[in-house]
Ligand binder design. Structure first.
Ligand code: CA
Length: 243
């Protein structure tokens, strides 16, 4: 559980009832919440208060929520979690490609919302909390070292090619968050490859096979979760195997 103390959230939602419910829950968990009901007031409050995180409804009365994503991204890296009734894959992709950090379709459960906020805030925290081995990413039995380019599962080495390693590194460093095909492709292959989603499927398939060989009990079987038509998400909450 992340310590919400002092974390400020700008909640942008035009539906008063939903806004009130979400704001009440967030405040109960210790977040400081500012509310906006349209894009203009959202951008004004963003400029004023520079929140730690923005929860953004896409369907706003005055402007498209994607405009808000664009404007916030032009100003910096403030994390954005999109909340929207739009369930079309193209909308998720557009929001994520515009720079939103994750996407939660309405209706959503409060536990799901908290998990997504926690994942985004952990990601946004300065690195180096593991002072003995900076940069090492651990998820359950998986250990990924970006410096030595090595991957271990339960201490057993997993031999990935450099491109497989990069795909897994980008996903693992965004654990808990949805990473679109386009974002993965640009991060790993470069800007010319934004449309080649089949590359990603092939590499993720290879990574899964290699991890499975080092993980005979299947502790990491659900490590990489597909979001069909959009991208992949690495689970943030996998307990290490015992004993
Ligand atoms: Ca709306």
């Amino acid at each position: 559980m992340i310590d919400a103390g002092g974390t400020s959230i700008l909640l942008v939602e035009d539906d008063a009832e939903t806004r009130h419910q979400v704001a009440t829950l967030l405040e109960r968990h210790g977040y400081q919440v500012a509310e906006a009901s349209d894009a203009e007031s959202a951008l004004a409050k963003f400029a004023d208060g520079r929140p730690d995180l923005i929860l953004l409804d896409l369907g706003l009365p005055d402007r498209d929520g994607l405009d808000v994503v664009d404007r916030v991204r032009a100003a910096g890296t403030t994390p954005i979690l999109v909340l929207s009734a739009r369930d079309r894959e193209v909308d998720k992709v557009l929001a994520l490609e515009a720079g939103a950090d994750d996407y939660l379709a309405k209706p959503f459960g409060m536990a799901e919302l908290q998990a997504r906020i926690g994942a985004i805030l952990r990601r946004a925290m300065p690195a180096g909390t593991d002072s003995e081995q900076p940069g090492i990413v651990r998820i359950g039995d998986l250990e990924l070292d970006p410096v030595s380019h090595s991957v271990r599962v339960g201490g057993r080495p997993v031999h990935l090619t450099p491109l497989e390693f990069e795909v897994l590194r980008v996903l693992a460093e965004h654990a808990g968050q949805l990473v679109t095909y386009g974002r993965l492709l640009r991060a790993v292959w470069g800007t010319a490859y934004g449309e080649e989603a089949h590359y990603v499927h092939v590499y993720v398939g290879q990574i899964r096979r290699k991890i499975r060989r080092a993980d005979p009990d299947g502790h990491l079987a659900n490590l990489i979760v597909p979001e069909p038509g959009v991208g992949y998400r690495v689970s943030a909450e996998i307990d290490p195997a015992r004993g």
